[in-house]
Design a protein around this ligand. Structure first.
Ligand code: FPP
Length: 263
């Protein structure tokens, strides 16, 4: 898809349209990763139970996925459930699992219509069986799609991913002398995908929270005070515009044009 397709989709003359007009088509990030945070605070501000924040967060997920696909991202990765999130109350975990299942059921047609390929990254096999089954179904049904790759990080931890990759490399018989960064990254959950160019975190927290630790080595970070349930197309476009103004040097002194892989 392309910026033109995004502009055809958003209301003409509104704030999103004005922002879309500022996006430089040649410098769209290839991969955007998002730490969705602030659902609990969103609910607390409204005197609602925490789970209502997660429920409202689904609308933000839907909007972000559709905006990203139309914008022409190669990859969108959303951090939905970390390996540490099992410490939350059982009822909250179970609502999160049922929201995820429901999202996959209701949104599969949208994913197919938008040519989106869906993948779960993390240790999804340790999730409840019915959720895991739904994830496998969504992966299988979208596996031939050639548009944006949509990763949901589930039961995900950055350190766990590095340990899993090391185990896989050993199992594959990789010799220590042939192991370098490029070879190692072939064993990560995101093998074959570009690293995130842009990492967004909502709700104002300045942490990476064990998310894509290997892959974000050179990502540009953009933090917004907006709480995840309020995050929409407009905020994603603001992040992309800010990203396009960054000077990426990858540790050198010469500026590298942002996102060489833009469509
Ligand atoms: C962080 O907010 C959010 C989460 C741990 C879960 C995110 C999940 C969703 C948006 C719904 C399911 C996702 C998909 C992809 C269908 P928090 O609870 O830590 O908020 P707080 O910091 O304000 O307490």
């Amino acid at each position: 898809m392309s910026l033109d397709q995004l502009r055809a989709w958003i209301p003409p003359g509104g704030p999103e349209d004005a922002l879309a007009g500022q996006v430089i088509p040649e410098r769209i990030p290839r991969h955007v990763a998002i730490i969705m945070d602030g659902n609990g605070r969103w609910a607390a501000q409204r005197h609602l139970p925490r789970v209502e924040g997660h429920r409202a967060g689904i609308d933000a997920v839907r909007d972000t996925v559709e905006t990203s696909a139309r914008l022409g991202l190669d990859v969108l990765t959303l951090y939905a459930f970390s390996v540490e999130n099992w410490k939350r109350p059982k009822t909250e975990v179970s609502v999160l699992m049922s929201l995820l299942r429901r999202y996959l059921r209701l949104e599969l047609d949208t994913l197919l219509r938008n040519n989106i390929r869906f993948t779960a990254i993390g240790r999804p096999n340790e999730l409840p069986e019915d959720v895991y089954h739904e994830l496998l179904q969504a992966e299988a049904r979208t596996s031939r799609n050639t548009g944006m790759r949509f990763n949901i990080a589930l039961n995900y931890g950055g350190r766990a991913e590095i340990v899993d990759a090391a185990r896989r490399a050993i199992e594959a018989g990789v010799s220590p002398s042939s192991l370098d960064e490029a070879r190692f990254s072939e064993f990560l959950y995101t093998a074959g995908q570009p690293d995130p160019d842009l990492l967004i975190r909502t709700s104002g927290e300045m942490r990476v929270s064990n998310f894509l630790l290997w892959q974000i080595a050179y990502a540009e970070i953009w933090v917004t005070d907006t709480l995840w349930p309020d995050f929409r197309c407009q905020h994603l476009l603001e992040a992309v515009i800010a990203y396009q103004k960054r000077d990426r040097r990858y540790g050198g002194i010469v500026s590298v044009p942002v996102a060489a892989g833009a469509k």
